[in-house]
Design a protein around this ligand. Sequence first.
Ligand SMILES: Cc1cc2nc3c(=O)[nH]c(=O)nc-3n(C[C@H](O)[C@H](O)[C@H](O)COP(=O)(O)OP(=O)(O)OC[C@H]3O[C@@H](n4cnc5c(N)ncnc54)[C@H](O)[C@@H]3O)c2cc1C
Length: 520
Amino acid sequence: MASVSRVLSRSQLETLAQHGEERTAAVGETLFEIGDETYPFIAIVEGEAAVLDGAGQEIVRHGASGFLGEMNLLSGQTVFLTAVVTEPMRYIAVDRDVLKQLLFDDSDLSDLLLSAFMQRRELLQREQGIGIEIVGPRDSADTRRLLEFARRQKLPHSWISPAESEEAASLDPAEIPLVRLPGGAELRRPSNGELSRALGVGLELSAREEVDLLVIGGGPAGLGAAVYGASEGLDTLVIESTVLGGQAGSSRRIENYLGFPAGISGTELTGRAVTQARKFGARTGSPYRAEALEPGPDRHLVRLEGGIEIAARAVLLSTGAEYRRLPVDGLDRYEGISVFYAAGPPEAQLCGAQRVAVVGGGNSAAQAAVWLARGGALVTLLHRRADLGETMSSYLLDELERFGVAVRDRSEITALHGEEGHLEAVTLSAGTRLPFSFVFLFLGASPCTEWLGETVARDSKGFILTGPEANAEGLLETSVPGVYAAGDVRAGSIKRCATAVGEGATVVRFVHERLAPARA
Ligand SMILES: Cc1cc2nc3c(=O)[nH]c(=O)nc-3n(C[C@H](O)[C@H](O)[C@H](O)COP(=O)(O)OP(=O)(O)OC[C@H]3O[C@@H](n4cnc5c(N)ncnc54)[C@H](O)[C@@H]3O)c2cc1C
């Protein structure tokens, strides 16, 4: 991991010295160790330290002008590596909170440290034996849930089969999966929230919190609002029911986001946004699900699962939408590899001369089918009704014919077949098996708004109305003054990352206008 060994300039060391404490350490001394709750940022003036994994294996060494630390310095997550002095050291220790402030003020230092921390985290995720251990059968839904959670949270982790663990073999099945934390503590069949909080990831919310701006949903819209809200002085809290990043975080490659001509993975784009929001002082709590909104004249009350309540002067609803998935076993193993929810240029290229199924009877399915067929794919459109004309525009029916898309009526997929995410065939409800290498799903999206009940006005599909349609004053304001909606959850929004970010950022302006008289 030599490439993660970056160096600080002399002036950066001087800046750090002004904000930290100079210390010395002898050979063999431990600077921090696995299981510690936190550690300071360490900038090495002289000497050298080695970073070790749980088995005592050396991962990397850092020398003079190098520094120790990775993402958990910012997230506050439990330490999962040990650092030991290998040559007498003189170093500057900077407290975590002081460092965060410094990153805010010093953009060069911020660029250097943030990119190194993120790169180190990515490399650690690829190493075996670092971070948490999830012991449970691969085919158990709870094991898969925890593995997916660890993957999306970028937690370094390893999966261990119960057959390889004597302890797990002796446990009651209700206690599996077993999760071993850095430092040795164990959790039995934890919820994502229990695991997260046991690791110190994100913050533990108090029974009652009071904030200026509460953002519900940590996708692009919520993160956009968090960055602009926190950077413009609002006490901002983001709560997220699953993993920060939203739908965008699950996209393998976002090709159309401004500023990334070569594309960027959804995890990287949203991971950077989370880091940026935290850098500006936004707090992020996940996983916490909002369960009820109770509007008030001055503050709105939002109740979260677990009995926590948050009183906020302004609330942003950015809970997005969930694409409807196929109710078939093992779908998640294929998603992102051979099952997709959008068809763009990369997919068209991937599918050239391949057998492809597009599932859905709406215009979006037709557009995708035509697009893929034009790219050279052999496309079959599968839909469950007797006549496609009931759900699709006639010009698109003509286009399907023109570009040679085969249409199968009354066809529903009941099983996927393939290996390691690579699809080979599907089975239809009538029992027919058809060979396909890729499947595109256009089954519509449902907004995540059921929890709101009748509190805010929604359209017939459940999307939140804003502006004139909601009889609201502000453009992005809902039918409840001081409660805003942005991104995919908003009726009429354009379902794209950039528009979601833009709407989230715009809401901050309206929040300032609302709070200004109260502050004056
Ligand atoms: C696979 C895939 C690929 C995509 N590719 C592209 C692309 O290339 N380019 C592009 O522009 N767009 C793309 N999109 C669309 C884009 O990701 C969305 O438009 C964007 O993520 C919408 O952002 P959002 O913040 O409004 O909502 P979301 O991203 O849906 O985020 C909403 C968040 O709110 C959380 N939430 C829901 N309910 C609650 C609750 N009760 N309490 C707390 N939190 C809650 C959810 O867990 C979620 O994290 C893609 C989408 C998908 C699924």
